[in-house]
Ligand binder design. Structure first.
Ligand code: BGC
Ligand code: BGC
Length: 717
């Protein structure tokens, strides 16, 4: 296909329609009544729809084919549409939410999960996924933290790359084009309120927020989605500096840039554009190619061109990018791409995919507390599953794509499969809703059950749709009724472990003080129950490590481990002494720090040692530590390397993750774990905004979480 020749054949109108994306309900008259409203709203008629370049949410291979067929028949140049969808953590076989999966610290696993999602989605008619979401997050009030891989730029870069590689594979059969989002810094919404203002220094943006998008670009991501928020006063979708200067010119990205849903028109609401025409002008000049769910390009590009506010070259370049992506996806040769109903029936929810989802859920779970009740003994005769999340498939999380609760293994089902039906008893006790009332009868029934059983699995947490887009929260603790249930259960049975279900860090200080054990499952996905059963009985040792700090109090948000020291840090957590950077009604420490997560064994760490105490430019230093398994189970541990640059031309964080290794140790086994430290791992944006390592002293920490203390020092000459 000669794309340039094709472009020459297209009318101006056709070209501008290539640059818009509409929901698939606009096609084939599905939901015609729904569609009429938005169509009128967009001032589109059936004529215009004939040329729309891309669509989202096609709902299955059969429907995708129907839509594509009708569309191609009507299209003057037979240009196929691209079908896009949010395949965020699985398509039909759902694996843990990204914030959970990242806790596995296992990039191969992340890649495998993305590849599995691509396989299921591609045969069911999807060609591009709006993923990975790589927004760095520091504020648990923001509902969309569940989509992110957390607060650390180093880890986010690796996870970003792994996801892009997983989705896109070799670009051949069973792959999807990826779309990294939301460019940029959407995760820094003020006060954790979704869509709110983002404002930060260019240094902070470049140092912490931009690297994960860049990692996706470097990994060859096929598209980029702009964010809803402002960046330095200008909404991302109309921000020429952000999109044209940084993304295109600095990073040499020449692929498709798409707006987020209706974001063109939101330029007006933000107060950045007077009307749709100016919105189209801003976005075109920022070099945004596709507008999602609006039609300002078809409406206004002609006038803007006549007025000299945009050029034909800009428009043609945008259309060419869209056409090139269609060509790359092979759509000109085969407009259905991989979609195939028979294969969809074969791959979707197949045993292999379920097994991977189970493994992912096992590796994502984080043991937050254990006084010794876990793992449960297999000799248990009666086990109670209590709590609002114990006997439901609604544990797959927001952005569940095609995932359905009926396909997922509840905790009770997982336990029944492991222990046998007759040993597992269920009682909800209360509902999961934030405002759930305390029904004394239900609590009593739960208490009665707890009393007659040998062990209790108490499934607490938030509803799967209480995190995700638009779901910011003011309060991050569990509803009172869940504490009531906990107390009643504990009053009759101390052999109780809490399974926590959440899309974000919660301020569960009270739960930590009261519960004998807490295993955070996040939203574990389709095989959550299978994974939980394996973990609770020690067939798998928990090994997840938090990738986002759990605060003690909401008032601490935003809270993150790689913070600056300030000139007056709080040295004494127990007692506030003098004028220090803290609070009068509580300390600075989190409930659980970044990198934290327990196992069923203890690991003994030696102090870190260095191969040298001076480092010449261009040289490396090797930092190592011995790690020993002191317990009775084979177990995995993620050994973490942190560095602190002790002084710089701009202040440096108290710790920064610079490496990790996930190892497996048999009981009593000891391994030496070594890390290379080179100049690159010491580089940062100094006072001149250039990224380089500055001479001086560095402290090296190696341990089991960001809280690790012993360190060794070296000097970069
Ligand atoms: C979200 C995006 C998503 C898009 C399409 C928006 O509301 O912010 O993350 O990709 O919708 O579903
Ligand atoms: C305060 C200043 C004050 C100074 C001298 C400092 O601790 O921050 O506002 O002027 O002490 O009393």
């Amino acid at each position: 296909m000669d794309i340039r020749k094709l472009l020459e054949k297209m009318t101006f109108e056709e070209k501008t329609f290539q640059l818009i994306q509409l929901n698939s309900m606009f096609f084939k008259q599905i939901g015609a009544s729904d569609a009429t409203g938005p169509m009128e709203d967009l001032q589109l008629d059936n004529e215009g729809i004939k040329y729309v370049g891309t669509t989202l949410n096609s709902m299955g291979a059969a429907r995708m084919k129907e839509i594509q067929d009708e569309y191609m028949q009507n299209h003057p140049n037979k240009i196929p549409m691209i079908f896009m969808q949010d395949v965020v953590h699985g398509y039909r076989t759902i694996y843990p939410i990204p914030l959970g999966l990242a806790c596995s610290f296992d990039m191969e696993l992340i890649k495998d999960c993305s590849a599995m999602a691509a396989k299921e989605a591609s045969v069911d008619g999807v060609q591009l996924t709006f993923a990975p979401m790589v927004d760095l997050v520091r504020d648990a009030r923001w509902g969309r933290v569940m989509e992110s891989t957390g607060e650390d730029p180093y880890l986010n870069c690796l996870a970003s790359k792994a996801q892009v590689e997983g989705y896109q594979g070799d670009g051949g059969k069973y792959t999807l084009a990826a779309c990294v989002k939301h460019f940029a810094a959407y995760g820094a919404a003020e006060a954790g309120r979704d869509y709110n203002t983002v404002d930060m220094s260019e240094r902070t943006l470049r140092e912490y927020y931009l690297p994960a998008y860049k990692a996706a670009v470097d990994a060859g991501v096929e598209s980029v989605m702009t964010a809803f928020n402002t960046v330095d006063g200008i909404p991302a979708v109309g921000n020429k500096w952000l999109v044209d200067t940084v993304l295109r010119k600095e990073w040499k990205y020449d692929g498709v840039v798409i707006s987020d849903y209706n974001a063109f028109r939101e330029l007006i609401v933000h107060g950045a554009a007077e009307d749709e025409k100016q919105a189209a002008c801003m976005a075109m000049n920022a070099s945004v190619d596709i507008e999602m769910m609006s039609a300002t390009y078809p409406k206004y590009l002609k006038e803007l061109l006549a007025e000299g506010k945009v050029t034909m070259e800009q428009i043609d370049t945008a259309v060419l990018r869209v056409l090139r992506l269609k060509e790359k996806l092979g759509l000109f040769d085969n407009p259905y791409a991989d979609s195939n109903e028979e294969e969809a029936a074969k791959f979707i929810l197949c045993d292999e995919h379920r097994a991977l989802a189970a493994k992912a859920a096992e590796q994502s779970a984080v043991l937050l507390k254990n006084n010794g009740v876990l793992p449960f003994k297999k000799t248990i005769k009666k086990i109670a599953v209590i709590g609002p999340l114990g006997d439901t498939g609604e544990i797959i999380g927001f952005w569940q794509c095609g995932g359905e609760a009926k396909d997922s293994v509840s905790i009770a089902t997982g336990l029944k499969r492991k222990l046998g039906e007759s040993k597992v008893f269920v009682e909800m006790g209360c509902d999961v809703a934030l405002n759930a009332k305390c029904d004394v009868k239900r609590i009593k029934a739960a208490k009665k059950l707890a009393k007659k059983c040998d062990a209790v699995v108490l499934c607490l947490g938030e509803h799967e749709h209480d995190s995700g887009e638009g779901n910011s929260k003011l309060h991050l603790d569990l509803p009172e009724v869940q504490y009531k249930l906990l107390q009643e259960v504990l009053s009759v049975n101390k052999n109780t472990a809490v399974l926590l279900f959440t899309g974000r860090p919660l301020t569960v200080k009270r739960l930590h003080e009261q519960a004998p054990a807490i295993l955070n499952m996040w939203f574990p996905g389709t095989e959550g129950g299978t994974a939980a059963a394996n973990l609770l009985f020690g067939d798998v040792c928990p090994s997840g490590k938090l990738t986002m700090t759990f605060p003690q109090y909401v008032g601490q948000c935003p809270i993150y481990y790689n913070a600056y020291n300030t000139g007056r840090p709080r040295y004494n957590e127990k007692e506030r002494v003098g004028y220090c950077s803290s609070y009068i009604d509580g300390g600075n420490r989190p409930l659980y720090p970044f990198g934290y997560g327990l196992s069923y064994v203890d690991f003994e760490y030696s102090e870190p040692t260095l191969s040298a105490t001076k480092m010449q430019r261009g040289e490396r230093i090797i930092a190592s530590v011995k790690v020993k398994n002191k317990g009775f189970y084979e177990a995995q541990e993620t050994v973490q390397l942190y560095i602190r640059d002790l002084y710089g031309s701009t202040v440096r964080p108290v710790k920064e993750l610079k490496g990790f290794k996930k190892i497996s140790l048999l009981p009593n086994e000891e391994k030496v774990v070594a890390f290379d430290i080179d100049e690159e791992s010491l580089a940062f944006y100094g006072s001149d905004l250039k990224r380089k390592a500055e001479s001086g002293k560095f402290a090296v920490f190696i341990g089991a979480s960001s809280d690790c203390q012993p360190f060794a020092e070296f000097e970069l000459l």
